[in-house]
Design a binder for this molecule. Structure first.
Ligand code: MG
Length: 358
């Protein structure tokens, strides 16, 4: 296990757990983690019981991350902590909710840096969780927080550099990389949502199996499945195909990353941070994965039925935001004297589940 740079509020060592296990445990017991059950990415929570929620998505990312991490000899506990926390800051209704809240914040609080979900995930674990007597937030280790903040605007990075004594914002200014574990969690996230959005897309009827044949990544596996199991029909054709796609992507990351680690000869976490991204797909797999993403954007995320729900979601968030901004007393939360009302409203609305917001 790698050594940690520590926590904001130092803790005595735990007799049985390492620092990243403790982070993972703190995350699993948080309120924000339980809310992931009722938050969605593409389909709304009430649209069907089998679609992914943020919780099942996070578990899938954790599984993929740990599996690849073990093969590469990375820290599985750190990977688990980062992956389980990576979506804690998501608003209700997925990206539509985030966009709406960003618009609201840019309008109501021009100096405030808008709303970014990665930054919000960090706010959740650093400030918003109220589980400890001695401090706000979960007091996680630097490495877990570094992995949670996977993207950050220049403006928010500068704010962090000025306000966060741990130096978490610096890499976005210096353009250096996070740990290998953090890099892996990003890629595992991408592998997970591409595969499960295809799965949910077909389940919902918004995508059909035949459309997937235009994708290089899927086509060859689909043909192999049909050849090996000519009598197989329905969902099992898709499941068997996606299973093979996932394996291929996982093996590709392991092989490509192993080669990159060897080539760059990194032996410390400082060298990792100064090197180019080392956890990655091969160039061919990158192209195929980008093709899947473009396909999903055009055929699923911009599908008229999805767009109709996301417009509803935007409207709900805008109305809630304006209502609480005009009358903060309606929020079930405490306003401390120094707090900026728009930020408190954004935190409150962002914390809502799909069901609660509706
Ligand atoms: Mg995610």
């Amino acid at each position: 296990h790698q050594l940690s740079r520590g926590r904001r509020y130092p803790l005595p060592p735990d007799p049985h757990r390492n620092e990243f296990q403790r982070d993972r445990d703190r995350i699993v017991h948080s309120t924000a983690f339980r809310r992931l059950v009722y938050k969605t990415q593409v389909f709304l929570n009430h649209e069907g019981d089998l679609f992914r929620t943020r919780l099942t998505h996070s578990l899938e990312v954790a599984q993929l991350g740990r599996s690849i991490g073990r093969a590469l000899g990375l820290d599985e506990d750190l990977i688990e902590a980062i992956t389980l926390a990576h979506d804690l800051g998501h608003t209700p209704f997925g990206h539509a909710g985030q966009d709406a809240l960003h618009e609201c914040m840019s309008r109501a609080d021009a100096q405030g840096g808008g709303f970014e979900h990665n930054f919000q995930s960090l706010r959740v674990v650093d400030r918003l969780e109220e589980r400890y007597a001695a401090y706000d937030g979960l007091n996680l280790s630097f490495e877990t927080r570094e992995g949670i903040l996977k993207h950050c605007s220049r403006r928010n990075a500068e704010w962090l550099v000025a306000h966060d004594p741990t130096g978490l914002g610096r890499r976005f200014i210096e353009r250096t990389q996070p740990s290998l574990e953090a890099q892996l969690c990003n890629l595992a996230d991408e592998i997970a949502y591409n595969a499960h959005d295809i799965d949910d897309g077909v389940r919902s009827g918004l995508l059909v199996l035949e459309q997937l044949e235009e994708l290089t990544l899927i086509r060859q596996h689909l043909a192999a499945v049909r050849e090996a199991y000519p009598a197989l029909t329905g969902r099992r054709v898709l499941f068997e195909t996606l299973r093979r796609v996932l394996s291929q992507q996982v093996y590709d990351v392991i092989d490509t990353t192993r080669a990159a680690l060897g080539e760059h000869g990194v032996s410390s976490s400082e060298q990792v941070r100064a090197a180019p991204p080392l956890v990655r797909f091969s160039a061919a797999m990158r192209r195929r994965t980008d093709e899947v993403q473009r396909f999903l954007r055009v055929n699923l995320y911009r599908h008229p039925q999805v767009v109709a729900t996301t417009s509803l979601a935007r409207e709900v968030l805008r109305e809630l935001f304006d209502l609480y901004l005009a009358d903060p007393a309606q929020m079930n939360t405490q306003l401390s004297s120094g707090s900026r009302v728009p930020r408190v409203v954004a935190d409150y609305v962002a914390g809502m589940t799909d069901r609660f917001a509706l």
